[in-house]
Design a protein around this ligand. Structure first.
Ligand SMILES: N[C@@H](CCC(=O)N[C@@H](CS)C(=O)NCC(=O)O)C(=O)O
Length: 277
């Protein structure tokens, strides 16, 4: 936990005179973060930097009116590789619009930008992984996407659990993850023959055909009129067509869908942050 952390804190009383503060905090341990006690300069300051974490019982606890508690869901860090499926989680973090950290992973060497070993973060070796405020690591893209939306109450991005709308989003996430994403895999693996690559392109084309059918009723997004976490994932994977010799021209609705999503500010911000734009 050596990295500088961006946290958002708010008054425990919900006092409207104590608006949400964006805090830049010195490196501190998950235990200190959990204690939620901060030494702060005058509370009226909108921007406070270099705060010092205090542990509970240290004798330096602030008066109740000045205690700040952390707002859940802000202090996350995404481990990503540029243009990989982790980009979907990156897009959704931008859609949410709260502070988060990112760290680049070399998926071949498993070495991160900081020089640390990625195997220690995700023993499966794959991106994405999401580090939560208490140091827990969540893996598997679809789980991360839903967690980011749910923990931020973003019901447009992931409708409430138990609804058919949510099941539809889950249905699409499963299709993209286990069918479309995996159909692309041979195209990224070294040593595949031309025949194997052609067979993979054909398999991808069949999956694209299903997405084209879904979109052919004029809906803007895969599950209807709202952009959801499933669209972020489908967009990223469908975009791989550009790097694997597959033209989207054969699926005009899918092509327009990909272009529509590419224009979202969250996608543009992600491409920039990943060094792809
Ligand atoms: N089941 C995983 C698969 C993730 C995955 O395939 N990640 C790729 C990048 S798109 C990766 O990191 N590949 C490198 C590796 O697995 O060694 C998920 O859905 O998150």
């Amino acid at each position: 936990m050596g990295a500088r952390r961006q946290l958002v804190a708010r008054s425990p009383s919900g006092d409207h005179r104590a608006p949400t503060y964006q805090l830049s905090i010195q490196p501190c341990t998950p235990r200190e973060i959990k204690s939620g006690y901060l030494a702060i300069p005058p509370i009226c300051k909108r921007s406070i930097s270099h705060l010092k974490c205090l542990q509970k019982g240290s004798g330096r606890v602030l008066p109740r009116s000045l205690q700040l508690i952390f707002q859940e869901g802000n202090d996350v860090k995404l481990y990503y590789s540029p243009g990989a499926c982790s980009m979907a989680s990156h897009v959704i973090l931008h859609e949410i619009g709260k502070p988060f950290e990112i760290e680049k992973v070399n998926t071949k060497t498993k070495v991160m930008d900081s020089g640390r070993d990625y195997w220690a973060i995700n023993p499966k070796g794959a991106v994405p992984a999401l580090e939560l405020g208490d140091g827990e690591i969540l893996t598997e893209g679809p789980a991360i996407l839903q967690y980011i939306a749910d923990s931020n109450g973003a019901t447009e991005l992931a409708p409430p659990a138990g609804t058919l709308a949510r099941a539809r989003v889950h249905e699409m996430l499963s299709f993209v993850g286990s069918e479309l994403h995996k159909a692309f895999s041979p195209l990224f693996q070294p040593g595949k023959s031309d025949a194997e690559k052609e067979a993979a392109r054909e398999a991808v084309g069949k999956k694209f055909g299903w997405l084209e059918t879904c979109l052919s009723d004029g809906r803007a997004y895969l599950t209807g009129s709202a952009f959801t976490v499933a669209d972020a994932y489908a967009f990223v994977v469908a975009s791989w067509a550009n790097f694997t010799g597959i033209s989207l021209a054969a699926w005009p609705n899918l092509k327009a869908y990909v272009e529509r999503i590419a224009a979202r500010p969250s996608v543009q911000a992600t491409l920039k942050a990943e060094g792809l734009a």
